[in-house]
Design a protein around this ligand. Structure first.
Ligand SMILES: *[C@@H]1O[C@H](CO)[C@@H](O)[C@H](O)[C@H]1NC(C)=O
Ligand SMILES: *[C@@H]1O[C@H](CO)[C@@H](O)[C@H](O)[C@H]1NC(C)=O
Ligand SMILES: *[C@@H]1O[C@H](CO)[C@@H](O)[C@H](O)[C@H]1NC(C)=O
Ligand SMILES: *[C@@H]1O[C@H](CO)[C@@H](O)[C@H](O)[C@H]1NC(C)=O
Ligand SMILES: *[C@@H]1O[C@H](CO)[C@@H](O)[C@H](O)[C@H]1NC(C)=O
Length: 491
């Protein structure tokens, strides 16, 4: 309480005395190019403290919050970043209440904590905040009632020492907390997921583009890469990886995953979209070729022609000979259509020649037309129409096989409802076994980075079997999931 009263006194005589604090805040805010300031006060502190500080900060939007942590959490989420928070020195209980509940994005924010305490207590506060994931903390130890004081911050990670600072030093130091990690161990949970991660512990091979990037980053910072294999590491097992983070069995996953609010994530450096790998349409059955050259209407017209011309010819035959001869004439007309010779011996006189010419011409045109089309079809081959929409995919009833992790992700991303009916959740071993040989009985989920791999594999097949549906879903900016309350590794 005495401390608090002291702070109140300190902040009340702003005019003459907080020059240093005020000037420090302004310099800090400028240096950080902060777009918002939050000044948090206890209820016992008078409001004019804020007006004094805000005069000094007139060029930056500032927000005063009083004695209500809940509002601190709500407001800080929606404020433009970067953000500078000015807080009175919290006691041990308040640290958990305030920092334990701040939204994860706030880990990147800057905090100026104003108070008066011994070096040991300040160091304790700093290390607690580090462990909670807040490295950017500057301390203003007000050494006298005139509000002038000394700035303190910590040495870079992993040494924890209180060191005297200045605004310039802090602005430099905050970009270099994690530059030299001097052999600090980072436990990386691993599973095999080409092309992002390739994990072969027998040969000590930990590769793939995502894992390579992470290892390069760790090496550059001087940290040590400690591989931790997930139980079923031979197949994609993101759920195990995330469980390891929760159980503190690893610090980071070696793979990039879609953002979810349950974990901390590194910044994303790539853009990915999901797609569905579907089978190419199959060639149409050979029997279909017989009727393929002509449309249904043409076939019907042809039948009508046969019936009519046959009826007419047998009518003439009846007039001349008194018998119908329907069957015989039908065979002759069919012969004409098949380009086989025909005679019309049953009909006499000029009618015979007229009918003969008509039937001959029709048969000749029709049969050649058919043969020409058949030739073009046989030289190119006929396929079912390709699947180009979700509706067609559902119609064909091809099961899309996904794993349990994919299901949670798809539920929070823009997966079309219509596809759920044909989506089946199966173990990742199953997916791997079938996808490896491009089993066309199933459709598979594939991200843009993996599509290139599938294309590459299929160029060695006699005929490519699967292709991506030309509709992209699930656009995401994935990052490496980290243990919550981890020191932020800013990639
Ligand atoms: C902060 O100021 C107080 C009062 O002058 C002083 O006793 C204390 O040692 C200072 N703390 C540090 C870390 O210098
Ligand atoms: C997590 O595990 C590491 C290593 O086993 C241990 O040093 C650390 O204290 C643990 N952290 C928590 C928060 O349990
Ligand atoms: C996040 O955690 C909550 C509660 O623990 C759980 O219900 C939800 O499914 C989780 N979300 C993801 C994407 O894992
Ligand atoms: C779709 O396929 C599934 C399994 O492959 C089968 O159980 C289901 O009956 C099929 N539905 C239709 C409408 O054919
Ligand atoms: C899924 O299938 C059920 C039963 O066949 C049907 O009633 C429902 O409309 C389908 N849902 C979608 C989104 O197509």
């Amino acid at each position: 309480m005495a401390k608090l009263l002291f702070l109140i006194c300190l902040l009340t005589y702003v005019d003459s005395s907080t020059l240093e604090l005020g000037a420090s805040i302004v310099a800090l805010s400028r240096g950080l190019e902060s777009r918002t300031n939050i000044v948090y006060t206890e209820a016992t502190q008078p409001l004019d403290v804020y007006s004094q500080i805000s005069q000094a900060l007139s060029h930056i939007p500032s927000l005063l919050l009083k004695n209500d942590y809940a509002r601190l959490f709500d407001n800080s989420l929606h404020l433009p970043q970067p953000l500078l928070m000015i807080l009175p020195q919290p006691n041990q209980g308040q640290i958990q209440t305030i920092f334990g509940q701040l939204p994860e994005q706030m880990e990147q924010s800057d905090f100026l904590i104003v108070g008066c305490d011994s070096a040991a207590n300040w160091l304790h506060l700093l290390s607690t905040l580090w462990q909670l994931g807040y490295p950017n903390v500057l301390i203003f130890n007000s050494s006298n009632e005139l509000g002038s004081g000394q700035l303190y911050t910590s040495d870079s990670f992993p040494q924890q020492q209180l060191r005297r600072s200045s605004i310039e030093h802090y602005l430099w130091a905050r970009r270099h907390w994690f530059d030299r990690l001097v052999g600090w161990e980072v436990r990386v949970a691993l599973y095999n997921n080409p092309p992002r991660t390739l994990v072969y512990p027998d040969q000590e091979l930990y590769d793939g583009y995502a894992l390579m990037l992470l290892r390069e980053f760790l090496a550059q910072r001087g940290a040590r890469f400690v591989p931790v294999l997930t139980p079923n590491y031979k197949v994609y097992s993101p759920n195990d990886c995330l469980r390891f983070l929760q159980l503190n069995q690893s610090d980071i996953c070696g793979d990039v995953l879609a953002f979810s609010s349950n974990f901390s994530f590194t910044a994303s450096y790539q853009y990915l979209y999901g797609n569905i790998l579907i089978p190419y349409s199959l060639p149409i059955s050979k029997n279909y070729y017989i009727i393929a050259p002509m449309q249904l209407k043409t076939w019907l017209l042809l039948t009508l022609y046969i019936v009519m011309i046959c009826g007419f010819a047998s009518f003439i035959c009846w007039l001349q000979l008194g018998r119908w001869e329907y069957g015989k004439l039908l065979l002759e007309i069919l012969s004409s259509l098949l380009c086989v010779g025909f005679r019309l011996n049953d009909i006499k006189g000029s009618q015979r020649y007229i009918l003969f010419c008509t039937i001959f011409l029709s048969g000749f045109i029709c049969s050649n037309y058919y043969l020409a089309f058949l030739a073009t079809i046989l030289s190119t081959g006929l396929y079912e129409p390709q699947i180009n929409s979700f509706e067609k995919l559902v119609e064909q009833n091809i099961s899309i096989v996904i794993g349990d992790y994919d299901k949670t992700v798809l539920k929070s991303y823009d997966y079309p409802d219509i596809l759920w009916n044909i989506t089946r959740v199966v173990p990742y071993d199953f997916i791997l076994a079938h996808r490896r040989v491009f089993d066309t009985n199933y459709a598979y989920l594939a991200h843009s980075d993996r599509l290139a791999l599938f294309d590459f594999q299929q160029q060695y097949m006699a005929k490519p079997r699967m292709r991506p549906l030309p509709i992209d879903l699930m656009h995401s900016l994935p990052g490496y999931p980290m243990r919550r309350q981890r020191y932020t590794l800013a990639i």
